[in-house]
Design a protein around this ligand. Structure first.
Ligand code: ATP
Length: 579
């Protein structure tokens, strides 16, 4: 990604709308440059009139002017900074909102390939650097270059020969800064990658802490943590060191320049080409110019960091969705809820074999259809294709004779509920977790859904009932309770199509029977496609498909399949019967 393109994008998407505020901030930097230069300039008449000519009439005016100039300098700097801080925070918010928007709407395939820890690092550290680029860098660019121009004017006004010597420093400083900037850009990308790895590791520690304990892997994990932290430390150290490397370079350059100046000034004084008042005013201007030159020299580093961060962030924002719809696509209309798979081929990744191979399915409207088969056969994949979490390579899926690929995606998903075996809940109240299906649902509807899913009996026993916060992914609830909540959520959605990935874990007989009843209520007269693991579900099914290696190898009722399908018989004997 070219730097010019990045800068154009950042301007167009993130800073253009704050243009007026930036302009106001620039106006204050003009005041700042003027007042800073005035301070340096005023030393000339101050020394000449007050000390050399001993003029008593200006004894009050010049000090007052100096106070005014300093006050104006302070006020302008403060105001310019406050304006740019506000802009910076707005830009930070806008970039983060865009990143999260792109994540929330991303294709499932894209999410599969994303590194969650790296995303967190991008969302925090990288966005910081972009914010610096569009605020600090812009502010400093104007503030420092205008101040420098003002001070150089004073310097040239006082003595052009001395000023030319001082100017030698600028190309030297900018050369040093360019070299440092390049190095910083490279190391900061490496640092961000390490920060991402550490974030992901942290998420895994939270998720897998029971596993760590039971395998007694505390030491092993401590060592891994140390390794990740060390790697990050190394990169951070490198960046900090490159950053501070700017200081000795600048100090050395300043030293050389001051030495040359003193040497040359002495010569000029001898030749009567330099007055003491001019020299002091010149010196003051040059001293004041030190800060803007230093800041301009390191500006390149902020810009390099910001550009490197943008190269990581903009592609995330620009990630294109493959799963899309046309403007003209109609909403899907569900009548019977019949689903047909026609010659479906599908694979998750480019270079792999097809996971589903020329698959044909007919799922009866308003009835229950079971998918059975060994692990890895492709059952979940079939379920994933119906709400278009993934799109097939070729073939078609029809619901009530309408292709799901030519309908509005939201209308399709609105008609589908998914109850999966790994129940997903939010760290929120019970009420909000059920109402996730419909945030406008009344308390009465929520309670009814809880009642039909047999969740009400445990909810009533909780300290704050429906207002109880259930912890991250429902950590404070039992497996059976979580399942009932997710069924309540699906009941509230009232969708005509239900996709059910039946839990494999066994529950106690009482909970099991409640969950079966809840599922019975949820799926009654609705098109249900279930990855079946329970005999009762299989027996209740109107049709069973046996999947193997991404193909249908048998269909019919339980009884028919026991007679006709060896794979089914095998599956039944080994996995269902023993349960
Ligand atoms: N997100 C994914 N990315 C890549 N490959 C995947 C992905 N999900 C599943 N697969 C592969 O697709 C094949 C079918 O998997 P699928 O999950 O559909 O099987 P399944 O019949 O549901 O198995 P199980 O009963 O164990 O859940 C497997 O070989 C699996 O490794």
């Amino acid at each position: 990604m070219k730097s010019s393109y990045i800068l154009k994008r950042l301007y167009k998407d993130y800073t253009k709308k704050y243009f007026n505020r930036i302009l106001l901030s620039v106006f204050f930097t003009v005041l700042l440059a003027g007042s800073t230069s005035a301070v340096a300039y005023l030393l000339d008449p101050a020394i000449k009139k007050l000390f050399i000519e001993k003029n008593q009439t200006l004894i009050y005016l010049i000090p007052i002017l100096i106070i005014v100039a300093f006050a104006l300098k302070g006020f302008s700097l403060y105001t310019a900074k406050v304006i740019m801080i506000t802009v910076a925070e707005e830009v930070r918010k806008d970039v983060q909102v865009d990143m999260l928007d792109s994540l929330i709407n991303a294709d499932t395939q894209l999410i599969d390939s994303k590194h969650s820890g790296k995303f967190i690092a991008n969302l925090t550290n990288d966005v910081n650097m972009i914010t610096n680029l569009v605020s600090t860098a812009i502010l400093n660019l104007f503030k420092d270059s205008l101040t420098l121009i003002g001070l150089l004017t004073v310097m040239f006004y006082q003595n052009w020969k001395l000023s030319l010597i001082a100017l030698i420093m600028i190309p030297l400083a900018s050369f040093a800064a360019r070299t440092l900037g390049k190095r910083i850009g490279k190391v900061s990308t490496q640092q961000m990658e390490k920060a991402g790895v550490l974030n992901t590791y942290l998420i895994e520690i939270f998720k897998n802490h029971r596993l760590i304990k039971i395998f007694q892997k505390e030491n092993y994990e401590n060592n891994r943590a140390k390794k990740f932290i060390n790697e990050l430390k190394e990169k951070s150290r490198k960046i900090q060191i490159v950053l501070v490397r700017a200081s000795p370079i600048m100090e050395a350059l300043t030293g050389i320049m001051i030495a040359c100046l003193i040497f040359y000034s002495a010569k000029l004084v001898v030749k009567d080409e330099l007055e003491v008042n001019n020299f002091f005013s010149f010196l003051a201007a040059m001293m004041l110019a030190y800060q803007p030159v230093r800041s301009l020299a390191t500006l390149n580093i902020t810009i390099s960091q910001g550009l490197a961060a943008s190269r990581r962030i903009l592609p995330i924002i620009d990630d294109k969705n493959n799963i899309s719809e046309n403007e003209s696509d109609p909403e899907i209309k569900i009548t019977k809820g019949e689903i047909k798979f026609k010659n479906i081929n599908f694979k998750y990744n480019e270079n792999e074999d097809n996971v589903l191979k020329d698959l044909n399915l007919e799922i009866l409207g308003g009835k229950m259809t079971s998918l059975v088969g060994h692990s890895g056969a492709g059952k979940s994949t079939i379920l994933n294709l119906i709400p278009r979490f993934y799109d097939c390579i070729n073939g078609d899926i029809l619901i009530d004779e309408q292709s799901i690929y030519n309908t509005k995606i939201y209308s399709l998903r609105k008609n589908i509920s998914l109850v999966s075996q790994d129940t997903t809940l939010f760290d929120d109240t019970i009420r909000n977790n059920i109402a996730y299906a419909n945030i406008n649902a009344s308390q009465k509807d929520i309670e009814a859904a809880a009642k039909y899913s047999f969740a009400d009996e445990f909810i009533e026993k909780l300290p704050n009932k429906y207002d109880t916060i259930i912890g991250e992914n429902g950590i404070r609830l039992s497996g059976g309770e979580k399942q009932r909540l997710s069924i309540a959520r699906a009941i509230l959605k009232k969708s005509p199509i239900i996709l059910l990935d039946e839990a494999t874990s066994s529950l106690d007989a009482d909970t099991e029977s409640k969950i079966q009843k809840a599922i019975g209520f949820l799926t009654k007269n609705r098109t249900t496609v279930v990855i079946a693991h329970r005999l009762s579900t299989i027996l209740n099914s109107d049709k069973i498909y046996v999947i193997d290696g991404g193909k249908i190898i048998g269909k019919g009722s339980h009884k028919e399949l026991l007679e006709n399908s060896i794979v089914y018989k095998n599956f039944y004997e080994k996995q269902i019967k023993k349960d």
